[in-house]
Design a protein. Structure first.
Length: 148
């Protein structure tokens, strides 16, 4: 809950409410969500979620690494875990929306093979958003992260 509150505060400091597409805790508990937490010495330091869309693609949601835990490739490890779960679920495409003021997130997604695309699902075009996608092979075994 602390990580989600910190992420919400961060996003609210960058974007107006209509440009924040935040999944609340109740939605994160829905059957189509897989939520992951990275821990260091038992303390939650990062999180991310996979939302499985009825149209057959996965969406990256609620990615966040606490500022004190950054620089340890935790964002990459969480993203790999999300993609691995999507692959096990048989999904072929990953999609995401992130804001234009999140340079680190954009760099992470681009390094992971995500490319710019148009809005998807219920998203509308927004000058404060980047929409990205990536094809994944549902038959492949994801690489294991060495994150600790």
């Amino acid at each position: 809950m602390r990580l989600l509150a910190a992420l919400d505060a961060y996003l609210e400091s960058l974007y107006p409410p209509e440009s924040n597409h935040i999944l609340d805790v109740d939605t994160l508990c829905a059957p189509n969500i897989r939520f992951f937490v990275a821990r260091r010495r038992g303390e939650a330091v990062g999180c991310g979620a996979l939302r499985i869309d009825a149209a057959g693609y996965g969406e990256v949601k609620r990615m966040y690494v606490h500022p004190e835990a950054r620089g340890r490739k935790l964002g990459r490890a969480i993203l790999m875990r999300i993609e691995g779960q999507a692959s096990r679920e048989g999904l072929k495409w990953m999609r995401l929306e992130t804001g234009i003021h999140q340079a680190e997130a954009l760099a992470l997604y681009r390094r992971a093979g995500y490319a710019e695309r148009g809005p998807f699902g219920e998203y509308a075009s927004d000058p404060l958003s980047h929409f990205m996608g990536k094809r994944i092979d549902p038959r492949s075994k994801p690489l294991k992260s060495k994150g600790r």
